[in-house]
Ligand binder design. Structure first.
Ligand code: HEC
Length: 132
């Protein structure tokens, strides 16, 4: 009798323990999901990594109508981007952001990460080495 009762007690205790573990898991399972969602939010809001593909898209949206998809158009009034120096990224960023004579300023329209991507795209069309 004594032995049976202790088994029942033991089973009951195990049941409670299991319920406790399950409850703890539910709580634990909920917390990381919530924190993962809030941790993912800033990551999603952060700028995507610059890429040639993104640069091609941005270039096609903003630049192609004056500079042509192959970086050159028939008119010499539009700077031939094939001749832009690979080593002068600072000038590129400044010229595009602030504008140069007939070229409008793009600051506030083309996002910084898009401009980085456009730089990569121009480099890829021109065959610049990756670390030029
Ligand atoms: C409305 C037409 C137009 C658009 C759109 C345009 N450009 Fe230009 N861009 C020009 C003209 C015109 C020049 C030549 C300016 C000059 O030197 O007189 C120029 C010059 C440049 C230069 C050379 C600047 C320098 O330092 O000599 C770069 C680089 C350039 N554009 C990049 C871009 C990029 C990148 C975009 C897209 C975000 C773009 N352009 C969109 C018209 C345009």
């Amino acid at each position: 009798m004594r032995g049976r009762r202790s088994i029942v007690t033991l089973l009951a205790a195990l049941g409670l323990a299991a319920a406790g573990v399950a409850g703890a898991q539910a709580v634990d399972g909920g917390a990381p999901a919530g924190s993962a969602a809030s941790a993912a939010a800033p990551a999603a809001a952060a700028a995507p990594a610059p890429s040639v593909a993104a640069g091609r898209r941005a270039y096609t949206s903003y630049c192609v109508r004056c500079h042509g998809i192959n970086l050159v158009v028939g008119s010499s009034a539009f700077y031939d981007l094939r001749s832009f120096p690979a080593t002068d990224k600072a000038r590129f960023l400044h010229s595009v952001n602030k504008g140069v004579r007939a070229m409008p300023a793009w600051e506030g329209i083309v996002k910084p990460d898009e401009l980085e991507s456009i730089w990569l795209y121009i480099g890829s069309v021109n065959g610049w080495p990756p670390d030029a």
